[in-house]
Design a protein around this ligand. Structure first.
Ligand SMILES: C[S@@+](CC[C@H](N)C(=O)[O-])C[C@H]1O[C@@H](n2cnc3c(N)ncnc32)[C@H](O)[C@@H]1O
Length: 276
């Protein structure tokens, strides 16, 4: 990872980058589907903090008549996204390395001129919380959106995470996860502040079109080992004490074996339409 405004806690983890590559329009940002369905040919959609590009590639493939732009501060993720796009032979998508807090710098890059207030839809998914300067990033998203265009954010709120059954290790993990992010400059509680951030970026209250919650439940046995591996990596690389690390890693492993084990990562969605 590179860039000053990146506080993503799993930065540098290839495991995490590849997990992001498995994300899709449905189910991860299904609230955007009705908006994209209505976009005419030639429209431009941009994901801010696109990671390794699972969602952007899926949108580009499903909507060949629109152009999809993806940007991320992590060069390695952008490299993976470009490789996947080449492999899929998808031509209506472009990726660039950059900082969401200085999005307008990318206007100079060939193919990214639409960031100068010409995008029909600018969205984020689980990325603005990690940017280090969230108000600046949201203001840039609004600036990149064209009049009558849409800005949409879906960001988590780590204060709302829950798991069942909650063994002592899992309980400790749910308490610890937000504080690890805070330590790096992320805002783990951004979900509840999204309306405030969007208004602060210049949208009027009457321009808010959707303010809702989406709770992703993880319950399938096949996803649990990957989750435990990813979280385990974050825990091992953290500055937690050895006793805490052991308690959490063992708790996660035990939880992954419960047939009735669930964990929920709620996100808040805020969508606004810019004035004409
Ligand atoms: C949890 S990942 C989500 C990736 C993608 N949106 C997805 O849902 O698959 C968070 C992403 O935010 C990116 N990020 C963090 N700070 C950023 C910044 N200042 N500008 C652009 N991207 C940033 C990270 O590099 C990482 O790829």
């Amino acid at each position: 990872m590179s860039g000053d405004n990146n506080s993503f806690i799993a930065s540098g983890s290839d495991l995490m980058r590849r997990a992001m590559q498995n994300r899709r329009l449905i189910p991860d940002v299904s609230h955007l589907k009705p908006i994209i369905d209505e976009l005419p040919a030639g429209s431009v959609v941009c994901e801010v903090g696109c990671g390794a590009g699972g969602i952007t590639l899926d949108i580009a493939q499903k909507y060949p008549h629109i152009t999809v732009l993806g940007m991320d501060v992590d060069e390695e993720s952008i490299k993976l996204a470009k490789e996947a796009k080449e492999k899929a032979e998808t031509t209506n998508i472009r990726y660039v390395h950059g900082d969401a807090c200085n999005l307008d710098k990318l206007i100079q890059v060939e193919g990214f001129e639409a960031l100068d207030g010409g995008c029909d839809l600018v969205y984020s998914h689980a990325s603005i919380m990690h940017t280090g300067d969230q108000p600046a990033a949201v203001a840039h998203m609004r600036k990149a959106t064209k009049p009558n265009g849409t800005t949409s954010l879906k960001e988590g709120d780590m204060g709302l995470f829950f798991a069942y059954p909650e063994n002592p290790g899992m309980k400790r993990w749910l308490e610890t996860f937000p504080t690890l992010s805070l330590g790096k400059g992320a805002d783990p509680y951004i979900g509840r502040k999204l309306v405030s951030l969007v208004l602060g970026a210049g949208f009027a209250h009457s321009q808010l079109k959707d303010v809702s919650m989406s709770g992703q439940m993880q319950w399938r046995p096949q996803v649990k080992p990957g989750m435990v591996m990813g979280f385990g990596q974050i825990v091992r690389q953290s500055e937690l004490g050895e006793d805490d690390k052991k308690l959490i890693v063992e708790g996660l492993e035990e939880w992954s074996k419960y047939e009735d084990g669930v964990v929920c990562f709620p996100s808040v969605i805020v969508t606004a339409v810019k004035e004409a």
